[in-house]
Design a protein around this ligand. Structure first.
Ligand code: ZN
Length: 140
C-alpha cells in the first residue's frame, strides 16, 4: 500500500496500530477506504467497551484481505465474538472490491495467483468457476 496511506492509517488510529509488527500493510491501495471504515468501527467499539485492540498485520491472502489483531486483557466471549464478526464482515467485503482501485470487483485467479479486480484491472484473470471448469477440461 502507498506509504502515505499507511501513514494516514497509523496517524488516524494510533492506538489500533501502535503494536503493528509489520513494515507495511500488505495490500494495494484499493482497500484503503475499507481499512479506514474497519479501523473506525473497531476504534468506536473499543472506546464504547473500554478495551484496547491492537492490529498486528494486514495483508492479502488468496485474494482477500486478512486482518490479524489482538487485545489487552481477557474479553468476555460475547465481545470476542463481536470483534470476530466485525473483522470477518470486512474481510468478506474485500472479496467484492478491486484491490487496485476500489471499484466493485470479482475474485479472480491467474497463474495460480488469486486477486480481486474490477474489469479494468482483471488482467485476463478467470473466475474460480471458469478456472475449475478449465482444470476439469484439461485433466480429461
Ligand atoms: Zn480496479
Amino acid at each position: 500500500m502507498d506509504i502515505a496511506l499507511e501513514q494516514a492509517l497509523r496517524r488516524d488510529y494510533p492506538v489500533l496500530y501502535s503494536h503493528y509488527r509489520e513494515n507495511h500493510f500488505w495490500c494495494e491501495d484499493g482497500w484503503y477506504p475499507l481499512l479506514c471504515t474497519l479501523s473506525q468501527t473497531l476504534e468506536t467499539y473499543a472506546q464504547e467497551h473500554g478495551i484496547r485492540i491492537h492490529v498486528h498485520e494486514v495483508k492479502q491472502k488468496f485474494g482477500t484481505m486478512r486482518y490479524y489483531y489482538g487485545y489487552d486483557g481477557v474479553l468476555p466471549d460475547r465481545q470476542k465474538h463481536t470483534l470476530f464478526q466485525i473483522v470477518e464482515e470486512y474481510e468478506n467485503r474485500s472479496r467484492r472490491i478491486c484491490e487496485h482501485c476500489g471499484l466493485p470487483g470479482t475474485l479472480l485467479v491467474r497463474d495460480g495467483y488469486w486477486y480481486v479486480a474490477c474489469p479494468e484491472h482483471a488482467k485476463d484473470g478467470l473466475t474460480p468457476a471458469a478456472f475449475q471448469k478449465l482444470g476439469c477440461t484439461n485433466s480429461v
